[in-house]
Design a protein around this ligand. Structure first.
Ligand code: NAD
Length: 350
């Protein structure tokens, strides 16, 4: 039986077709993106399509959106699948060379509220992805790890050789995924690379949930003339990383020599510490918003400071963040201005 591929014909309608056995090899995609309808997954997909590469994506629309892949929907294979469904992944991995594993429940507050559900997606789902990749003889899996694995560190910047100290279920889960990546590299010879993203932001990030990234939410609120809410005193800091830098890191990590990257963990940030107060001020300049921010108590599970040392990724695969914070903000504001945006929920994830 052929692989059932569901390709959305438009945002409201889906077309389902079955690949015939005869043309199987011709139609094989060489890159598989899990979580392709999400913010980072769809951004990787657009860049690969732009480069003329073959792309297959899977998603269950847990947090992802049809609109994120609308511009490339006729140039990728899309499989509606859940990474918790081990048996359902087999066909989607057939013929794949490189996997970019982005699918997750990517939220500290959601993992605090329902750690079991988050565990099932983030850990069990990741194990299923690795099993499917191993069985399909995939060349390499590049994994979306998280800087949250570090937790509160006494020393900044955070380096990969520091002891992880996760403070939320989400952080534990993302760290466990890294350990599984390393394990599959050692035990089964599957090449794996873990990229610890530091607060990625940019076009296509969803501002519409209470757990959305802080920049997406600030921008959409300020463009609506509403005051954003800052949790804590605003001196909480992050190494905000524009999406193009994260996409670049994924593609470089996929093509770097195995001896330089396989089984390893790399920070992906910009190596610059920006506070939430500074972010708000920068966005006031760009959006023209003249109001003040609202302040609310710091949330459980959020770390106070985050800053990446990116030397390891620079050395191993020439990672070099091209887009700085201010330029990234300008591009992101420009994108949100052009898109119709729903009114965001009140609270803000960082
Ligand atoms: N955005 C950041 O700043 C950041 C920072 C560190 C790590 N990460 C990691 O990067 C990855 C992508 O994050 P994002 O910001 O693009 O989030 P996102 O929510 O936009 O994307 C996640 C995607 O995974 C899909 N998904 C969730 N559960 C699934 C399941 N069971 N089966 C199939 N698909 C499923 C969602 O529908 C969504 O499309 C995640 O693994 C996240 O943990 C993100």
């Amino acid at each position: 039986m052929g692989l059932a591929l569901r390709i959305p014909a438009n945002d409201n309608a889906k077309k389902t077709f079955h690949r015939r056995g005869g043309d199987k090899n011709q139609r094989m995609a060489s890159h598989l993106i899990t979580g392709v309808a999400g913010f980072i997954g769809s951004s990787i997909a657009r860049e690969l399509v732009h480069r003329g590469e073959r792309v297959r994506g899977i998603d269950n629309f847990e947090t992802g959106k049809q609109e994120n892949i609308a511009s490339i929907r006729d140039r990728i294979e899309f499989v509606e699948a859940d990474i918790r469904d081990h048996d359902g992944l087999k066909d989607a991995f057939a013929g794949i060379d490189y996997v970019f594993h982005q699918a997750a429940l990517p939220s500290v507050p959601l993992s605090v509220g329902d750690p079991v559900r988050a565990h099932n997606i983030n850990i069990n789902g990741t194990l299923n992805v690795l099993l499917a990749a191993r069985d399909a003889k995939v060349k390499r899996v590049v994994y979306a790890a998280s800087s949250s694995a570090y937790g509160e560190t006494v020393t900044l910047p955070k380096r990969e050789d520091m002891m992880p100290n996760p403070v939320s279920p989400y952080a534990v889960q993302k760290l466990t995924g890294e350990l599984y990546m390393q394990c599959f590299s050692r035990v089964y010879g599957l090449e794996t690379v873990s990229l610890r993203y530091f607060n990625v932001f940019g076009p296509h990030q969803d501002p519409g949930s209470p757990y959305s990234g802080v920049i997406a939410k600030f921008i959409t609120q300020m463009l609506e003339g509403d005051s954003p809410t800052i949790f804590g005193d605003g001196e909480t800091s992050r190494d905000f990383t524009y999406i193009d830098n994260a996409v670049q890191a994924n593609l470089l990590a996929a093509s770097a020599p195995a001896e330089a990257v396989s089984g390893q963990v790399f920070n992906i940030g910009v190596a610059r510490q920006i506070s939430l107060n500074q972010t708000f001020q920068a966005l006031r300049e760009i959006t023209g918003f003249r109001g003040a921010a609202k302040y609310a108590p710091q949330r459980v599970g959020d770390v106070k400071h985050s800053l990446a040392n990116i030397a390891r990724a620079q050395k191993a695969f020439n990672y070099s963040p091209d887009v700085d914070f201010e330029e990234g903000l300008r591009r992101t504001v420009a994108w949100y201005k052009l898109r119709p945006h729903p009114t965001p929920a009140a609270s803000t994830a960082i």
